[in-house]
Design a protein around this ligand. Structure first.
Ligand code: BES
Ligand code: ZN
Ligand code: ZN
Length: 500
């Protein structure tokens, strides 16, 4: 699918359909939709009068133009109430539009910038939102279908009549397109079955991303991990016959200021069976997605390489399976993490915090000044926040607010939960420094704080995406299955931090 902007008159387009918008509660359409209404002999205002068109958010009305204008169809799209209009409405509406028109066998359509006439959203941001919503709303994971489902839509054109807005719209598209394709990549990696997405497969993906760019890739194998004494990560990997990998990707956008850096660390459990503390079989297949943290930090780098922000970014993805093999670690085992901390493995299914403890220690050793780790860490986060909101945990109010703000900009909801000292009691071990589970209470908090122990004095935020990395239904710009959350938050965060 191609997406571009052209100057012109939307009623004169050589496209299978044109898209115009209407806010809720407007009885006399004006602007572009008013003009189209005139050409169509008041069809739109008549439909408003009889109550068929109300402008409600997500309302779609397809009108056949029967030769009255060049485009064969007009899609009138409801934008909802004016006061509630924002870039997220544009994203979700764009997703609805592309899926609807695709289902009508349409190949090309032209659209105006949604809500352009009220001017509350800058043209660049509106265009970026159209790109994100359109590309991600039409996302499908069809790789394993022997009969290929084809994407009908080949071309989407934004038509703008005001010449002075074209550059801004072009700029918005030049951001939105690489951002959306990074999210689509993350979705692909998460949707991919575990037999196609082993740690080595993740390495291949990272290699592809870095090829021909300024990104620098380094991969640690088991031997290197042993040299670095990454005992917590190696303990998890022991149960599987596929070798673990640590994937390190470096982007140097501000080489003169090495301290202007950000670390993005991802949990990359390519399949989480639970290990010896094995999970129940119902729903276990979903654990192919337990590498969503790694997928999102790796995919983020694809957009960073294109957008070239002035900041240094290091990705660390800790990839391994968690399996119950003959050599698997056992409940009660003690492992020694890279930084010397001893950990009693009370439950082998709490493996995410184990692999992340070594990944975070390595990040601290590299001299990272800010760390954001992303992990499908706990089932408990879905109990706390549902599938709507990602949980954030932090030792640094400034950084966590920057992450939440980037999430607001991305339309990816994030809410901070506490990391009070009192919770530390819950994961102290009788025989080692820490144990990897904290019991029934505050499961997401103790999991997060366990990871935070290894960040030491470095500003750190943990995002628990166990519930938000997948969606149970297709709505707006989300499609059923992997969501690609929080890739857009991470990209917006990097862009915001790069501006100082
Ligand atoms: N990968 C799971 C968390 C998870 C649950 C992700 C549901 C996605 C959907 C994690 O490794 C895990 O098993 N956590 C345990 C921790 C417990 C043993 C302390 C959990 O949440 O039950
Ligand atoms: Zn687990
Ligand atoms: Zn897990």
């Amino acid at each position: 699918m191609k997406l571009n902007v052209e100057i012109g008159d939307i009623t004169k387009q050589d496209a299978d359909a044109i898209v115009v918008n209407l806010f809720e509660g407007i009885s006399k359409p004006d602007g572009v939709v008013g003009l189209v209404n005139e050409y169509l002999n008041d069809t739109i205002s008549n439909l408003i009068e009889v109550g068929e068109i109300r402008g409600k958010a997500g309302e779609l009305t397809l009108i056949h133009t029967q030769g009255s204008i060049k485009p064969k169809r007009v899609l009138v799209v409801g934008l909802g109430r004016k006061e509630k209009f924002d870039q997220d409405v544009i994203r979700s509406t764009s997703g609805l539009i592309v899926r609807f028109l695709n289902s009508k066998q349409i190949k090309t359509y032209a659209t105006v910038l949604h809500g352009d006439e009220i001017g509350v959203i800058e043209p660049a941001i509106a265009a970026r939102s159209i790109a994100e919503g359109t590309i991600l709303g039409s996302y499908k994971f069809g790789e394993h279908k022997s009969k290929k489902q084809k994407q009908n839509i080949k071309q989407v054109t934004i038509i703008e009549s005001d010449n002075s807005k074209i550059d801004a719209i072009q700029h918005g598209l030049s951001q939105g397109i690489p951002i959306a394709s990074s999210v689509a990549l993350a979705r692909d990696l998460v949707n991919q079955p575990a037999n196609y997405m082993t740690p080595s497969d993740l390495v291949d993906i990272a290699t592809d991303i870095c090829d021909g760019t300024d990104l620098e890739l380094e991969v640690f194998d088991e031997n290197r991990m042993r040299q670095l004494k990454m005992g917590a990560l190696l303990g998890v990997a022991k149960g599987s016959i596929v070798p673990p990998k640590m994937i390190i990707i470096k982007y140097s956008g501000d080489p003169e200021n090495p301290n202007n850096n950000l670390g993005l660390i991802g949990k990359g459990i390519t399949f989480d069976s639970g290990g010896i503390s094995i999970k129940p079989s119902g729903g276990m297949a979903a654990m192919k997605g337990d590498m969503a943290g790694a997928a999102s930090v790796i995919s983020t780098m694809k957009a960073i390489a294109e957008l070239k922000p002035k900041i240094n970014v290091t990705v660390i993805a800790a990839a391994t399976e968690n399996m119950p093999g003959g050599n698997a670690q056992k409940p009660g085992d003690v492992v020694v993490a890279m930084n010397g901390t001893t950990i009693e493995v009370d439950n082998t299914d709490a493996e995410g915090r184990l692999v992340l403890s070594d990944a975070v220690s390595y990040g601290v050793q590299l001299g990272l000044k800010r760390i954001v780790d992303v992990a499908t860490l706990t089932g408990a986060i879905e109990i706390a926040l549902g599938k709507v909101t990602t949980g954030a945990f932090s030792n640094d109010p400034k950084l966590v607010n920057q992450v939440i703000e980037a999430g607001n900009e991305a339309g990816e909801k994030i809410w901070e939960l506490p990391t009070f000292e009192e919770y530390r009691e819950l994961y102290k071990s009788e025989i080692a420094d820490l144990k990897n589970v904290g019991g029934r209470q505050a499961g997401s908090i103790t999991g997060a704080m366990f990871i935070g122990e290894f960040a030491k004095d470095v500003a750190w935020v943990h995002l628990d995406i166990a519930a938000t990395s997948t969606s149970s239904k297709t709505t707006g710009m989300l499609t059923k299955g992997a969501t690609g959350i929080p890739v857009r938050t991470l990209i917006y965060l990097v862009l915001a931090l790069s501006k100082g």
